[in-house]
Design a protein around this ligand. Structure first.
Ligand code: PMP
Length: 362
């Protein structure tokens, strides 16, 4: 007998890897354009790469399990205490820890209609009930109504939201948190927060610490370009940390990941270059959508989501692009006739839009 709750889980479908396109369509790896997993098109921070190389020989040694240096650096950056931080193998692992400390088969989670798929997968592992708001945007009244009705154990606010790219105003996030019962944990997933420049939408871990039942999640996978290193973090008060640390396995990120994340935090130039490129190239995708009558959501992230009308079908468009070596994310599994495209390098974007234009003509 296996855990009966697992029967209800549809295995997470990750963005397709370059190797698959090489294998299936015989395209050279250097010609594949992978814009499906919201990775940094500039690669990793050069300082992080240098740290990985310098530390390669330490591969035989377990990492510092206290993660002292990384936590100190993050604490300084966000003006919080080191004790208020937990590191995970990606923020995914912090989501898993959160599920362990809050969920069981009587528990409930609340989330927006379309959001990051892992919230459900973890909830289902525990047999917890999933409550969804009607809209994919985080609408305060919808959240408050369901909070009052359902008293969820975890309330997820993903801002900016994946896979739609929209963000929630800070005042709205605060209103949702204020409506949450003390027994609930509000998870504010800020995996893409570095890309947000508008003050009304920018949220810091420090201001969330004002609330006793809230946790901020961040990651090195996106703006810092370290998706392959798997480093994320949660920031919350010491009471929440007390429980999270009980479910964290020892040495949960690698020696090299730790070195890379520490170095990446010092690479402000790389971060700024990343944000500037994203901003500039995002404009190109917006202009293309307007010129070609494609509906899109204003994006606060490093990707844009294009919505299609039938007879155009997102699955078919994504498949046709893949045959040409372009990997984007089809969102049919979210019940959206849409594709999500990570903003790439100028040359990549040019090629993507050129090929997409052909698809629109049919
Ligand atoms: N939250 C959101 C909203 C995401 O989009 C992702 C990555 N796709 C994650 C969390 C997890 O990222 P990671 O585990 O790489 O930190």
């Amino acid at each position: 007998m296996f855990n009966k709750y697992l029967e209800k889980i549809k295995t997470y479908e990750a963005g397709k890897p370059i190797e698959l396109v090489v294998r299936e369509f015989g395209i050279k790896p250097e010609n594949v354009i992978k814009l499906a997993s919201n990775e940094n098109p500039l690669g990793a921070s050069p300082k992080a790469v240098e740290a990985i190389v310098q530390n390669a020989k330490k591969a035989s040694i377990y990492p510092d399990d206290s993660m002292y240096e990384l936590k100190e650096k993050l604490a300084k950056r966000f003006d919080v205490k080191s004790k208020e931080i937990i590191i995970g193998a990606g923020s995914d692992q912090v989501l898993e820890f959160i599920s362990h400390i809050k969920l069981n088969s009587n528990a409930k989670i609340l989330r927006s209609a379309v959001t990051f798929a892992m919230y459900d997968i973890y909830a289902k592992q525990f047999g917890a009930k999933i409550i969804k708001t009607p809209s994919y945007e985080h609408k305060v009244d919808e959240f408050i109504l369901l909070i009052k009705q359902e008293k969820p154990d975890i309330i997820y606010i993903c801002t900016p939201n994946n896979p739609t790219g929209d963000a929630t105003k800070k005042e709205d996030v605060f209103q949702i948190i204020e409506a949450a019962p003390k027994e609930s944990l509000v998870v504010v997933d800020c995996a893409y927060m570095e890309y947000v420049q508008d003050k009304e939408y920018k949220i810091s871990p420090k201001e969330l610490l004002e609330f006793e039942n809230t946790i901020y999640l961040g990651t090195f996978s996106k703006a810092y370009g370290l998706g392959g290193m798997r480093v994320g973090y949660g920031i919350a008060n010491e009471k929440i940390m007390h429980y999270l640390y009980k479910v964290r396995p020892p040495f949960n990120i690698t020696t090299l990941s730790l070195a890379a994340a520490i170095a990446a935090l010092d690479d402000e130039a790389f971060l700024q270059e990343t944000l500037a490129l994203n901003k500039k190239e995002m404009k190109r995708y917006e202009a293309f959508a307007k010129e070609n009558n494609i509906a899109f959501q204003k994006s606060f992230t490093n990707f844009i989501t294009y919505f299609f009308h039938l007879p155009l079908q997102s699955s078919q468009i994504a498949n046709n692009l893949m045959k040409k070596g372009i990997i984007v994310r089809d969102l049919s599994s979210y019940n959206l006739n849409a594709i999500r495209i990570t903003i790439g390098l100028p040359k990549q974007n040019e090629k993507v839009l050129q090929e997409l234009k052909k698809e629109l003509k049919g």
